[in-house]
Design a protein around this ligand. Structure first.
Ligand code: XIL
Length: 299
């Protein structure tokens, strides 16, 4: 196959990218994105600050721009993200307790009803665990509403759009030996045992010198899949873009039947949120890097 999306489709998987609405006027960008990828994640446009800038006043202008570009170009959309400690609008940052809990529920309902039936996977909750060795939840205004905030978010999401796959998404959870990974595993196991509606786990996979790729990632993906959830690589970028590491990550997904696909977090290095790390598959001129060929060959 000659594109990432078509190559991934040979095994029933997808290959996606994050898309930034502000770049959709750049034809070099859209020609690569349109050609290579078959799933789109809006990089910022469906986050809480973008979609509900004032409480109860929803704005889907930028989200719809990305959504419409994706659909017009034959791509499916991963929704990102409904409940998160970061990129909250000011009004939400200042809430707590029962008021915040209700605002979270209202937000999930407002966004998911706008996109009802249109989103393949939703990242319902993002980054709820702490870094380091504690295995604890991350402290946040949402966490302080009560430990059950995550399951409430998932139950709300299931009711709002029963057709969407509902994912929990996090970073530094790729290494099976890390406390954060084990904490997330315990939560997902508990959710499955108690019937909390969760369908998938997203592994962001922002690999860098501080949290490098480890070959036990495949064990992690297999272990979560064995709990009865799908897994996906949702925000892949690799500092320095080692071709070998990109191939290893691709092969890890291919080795796990419940791995739905891979998404890279941007198109060209110059589009990356960490552009100084040149972590993506295309250089700033739109040229294919060695990592691109390694991924294509692995798929
Ligand atoms: C990043 C975007 O790429 C940036 O443009 C923005 O300034 C900050 O957020 N984990 C996530 C993503 O789940 O939403 C983040 O995206 C990267 C880390």
């Amino acid at each position: 196959e000659s594109t990432l999306g078509a190559a991934a489709a040979q095994s029933g998987r997808y290959f996606g990218t994050a898309i930034a609405s502000g770049r959709l006027g750049d034809s070099a960008y859209t020609s690569i994105a349109g050609r290579e990828f078959n799933v789109v994640t809006p990089e910022n446009e469906m986050k809480i600050d973008a979609t509900e800038p004032q409480r109860g006043q929803f704005n889907f202008t930028a989200g719809d721009r990305v959504y419409n570009w994706a659909v017009q170009n034959g791509k499916r959309v991963r929704g990102h993200t409904l409940a998160w400690h970061s990129q909250q609008p000011g009004w939400m940052q200042s809430l707590g307790g029962g008021t915040l809990r209700q605002a979270m529920i209202d937000h999930i309902n407002g966004v998911m009803s706008h996109y009802k039936g249109k989103i393949a996977q939703w990242d319902v909750v993002n980054e709820a665990f702490a870094d380091g060795s504690s295995g604890a939840r991350r402290d946040s205004n949402l966490q302080r509403t009560g430990n059950d905030w995550i399951e409430v978010a998932f139950r709300t999401a299931r009711a709002a759009d029963p057709a969407a796959k509902l994912c929990y998404n996090d970073y530094n959870v790729e290494n099976w030996t890390w406390a954060k990974t084990q904490a997330m595993y315990s939560m997902v196991r508990d959710f499955k045992q108690r019937g909390v509606p969760i369908d998938c786990v997203g592994f962001q996979s922002h690999f860098n010198n501080d949290s490098p790729y480890n070959s036990n990632f495949r064990t992690t993906l297999q272990s979560f899949a064995a709990l009865g959830v799908d897994v996906a690589i949702t925000e892949l970028d690799i500092q320095g873009a080692s071709a070998t590491t990109y191939a290893n990550v691709t092969n890890d997904c291919l080795a796990v039947p419940r791995c739905l696909g891979l998404t890279v977090w941007g198109v060209r290095d110059t589009d990356s949120w960490r552009s100084e790390q040149t972590p993506l598959l295309f250089n700033g001129n739109g040229g294919k890097k060695p990592a691109y060929t390694a991924v294509l060959d692995a798929l």
